[in-house]
Design a protein around this ligand. Structure first.
Ligand code: NAD
Ligand code: TYD
Length: 354
């Protein structure tokens, strides 16, 4: 069955990787990207696709109900892959308002528009609303706790994770109440090409290349599970094709790493792969800085359900994925340099206490 997708947030990091994944694997299927192009959205992430007949980019906001109605109807959309969000924990601490607006109100607006579209078309069974969410909704783990499963109670701690939890609850409620064919995925930390410089891995790569200090929060022993973005995209593909409406699937890489170890691995790769580093060894730039407020200690994902029920497993190890990522930032200075804008510098000044 050929699908007609609306991909929200498709000019962001994961969304753009997913758009490339879909256009490569299903070149005859319709892909409409809706993205507001906030500071995190970048049309350059979709370069090359504008030439394809089946691809369309629309700049717009998921809170704009009449635009949503019009796109769903005129494009005859049957599948929404919903990535659009404010996504950075540190920015949610500095200013939570935009997170409530986009993540909660925006998701609600999209659900309402899709419900109307689905009901107007007599409840087709092939329709899907894929809500892309995060493991952060489950809160923080102690060192010996078992990883998050789909039945772990929600306990979000940051304005970001609280707003994502709110959106997850709405998506769940639209299935439970109206029968809307929604599916939720909760994934661990992604990394790879096209990730905005404010997130840990691109920040370390770029700061190393320009000889800037590498800020590590607190004692550096916070633990995250890392998944290469291409593996996240293949998981979402499987969920759209084989996932059961009403279900939640956790997605993870089974790669728990302490932040300080991750930063050291990145420094070693930079020493090996970058010919002209301003400071060598790169690890000399590591600087412990004031901790993030309310910093979650550990996240870990139990991905047994998606593995056993849908047959998905990650294909890239963390060693391979980090090498691919460092090589990408090394060869894509033209992509990241313009992103170190005044707005970015102002955010940086506000966020870090060295
Ligand atoms: P991102 O910040 O790189 O991209 C978000 C995109 O959404 C941007 O292109 C932005 O312009 C767009 N956007 C923001 N507000 C909008 C609005 N109101 N209307 C339309 N477009 C809007 O984020 P990302 O890292 O690619 O994350 C994508 C999704 O995946 C998010 O929902 C996030 O919560 C989730 N997620 C991210 C990670 C991760 O490690 N990055 C892990 C798990 C889940
Ligand atoms: P981040 O990439 O912001 O993802 P998240 O907070 O959603 O997990 O951060 C990953 C980890 O790295 C997190 O524990 C915070 C830490 N971190 C630093 O130590 N220094 C930094 O400059 C950044 C951005 C993050």
């Amino acid at each position: 069955m050929s699908r007609r997708l609306l991909i929200t947030g498709g000019a962001g990091f994961i969304g753009s990787n997913f758009v490339h994944h879909w256009c490569q694997n299903y070149p005859s299927e319709r892909v409409v990207v809706l993205d507001a192009l906030t500071y995190a959205g970048n049309i350059a992430n979709l370069a090359g696709l504008e030439k394809q007949d089946n691809f369309r980019f629309v700049q717009g906001n998921i809170c704009d109900r009449s635009l949503l109605n019009q796109l769903l109807e005129t494009e005859n959309i049957d599948t929404i892959a919903h990535f659009a969000a404010e996504s950075h924990v540190d920015r949610s601490i500095l200013g939570p308002g935009a997170f409530v607006e986009t993540n909660v109100v925006g998701t609600y607006t999209l659900l309402e528009a899709f419900r109307q579209h689905w009901q107007t078309n007599s409840l087709p069974t092939n329709y899907r609303f894929l809500h892309v969410s995060t493991d952060e909704v489950y809160g923080s783990l102690n060192p010996n706790d078992p990883p998050f499963s789909e039945t772990t109670p929600y306990s979000p701690n940051s304005p970001y994770s609280a707003s994502k939890a709110g959106s997850d609850h709405l998506v769940h409620a639209y299935h439970h109440t109206y029968g809307l064919p929604t599916i939720i995925t909760n994934c661990s930390n992604n990394y790879g090409p096209y990730q905005f410089p404010e997130k840990l891995i691109p920040l370390i790569c770029i700061n190393t290349l320009i000889g800037k200090r590498l800020p590590v929060y607190g004692d550096g022993k916070n633990v995250r599970d890392w998944l290469y973005v291409g593996d996240h995209c293949s998981a979402l593909d499987v969920v759209i094709h084989r996932g059961i409406p009403g279900e939640t699937y956790n997605i993870g890489g089974n790669n728990e790493v302490e932040n300080i170890n991750l930063v050291q691995m990145l420094c070693q790769l930079m020493d090996e792969l970058a010919p002209n580093l301003p400071v060598r060894p790169a690890a000399n730039l590591i600087t412990f800085v004031k901790d993030r407020l309310g910093h979650d200690r550990r996240y870990a994902i139990d991905a047994t359900k998606i593995q056993t029920q849908l047959g998905w497993t990650p294909s890239v190890t963390v060693a391979e994925g980090l090498r691919l990522t460092v090589a990408w930032y090394l060869t894509h200075e033209n992509w990241w340099k313009p992103l170190l804008s005044q707005e970015y510098q102002a955010y940086y000044q506000k966020n870090y206490v060295f």
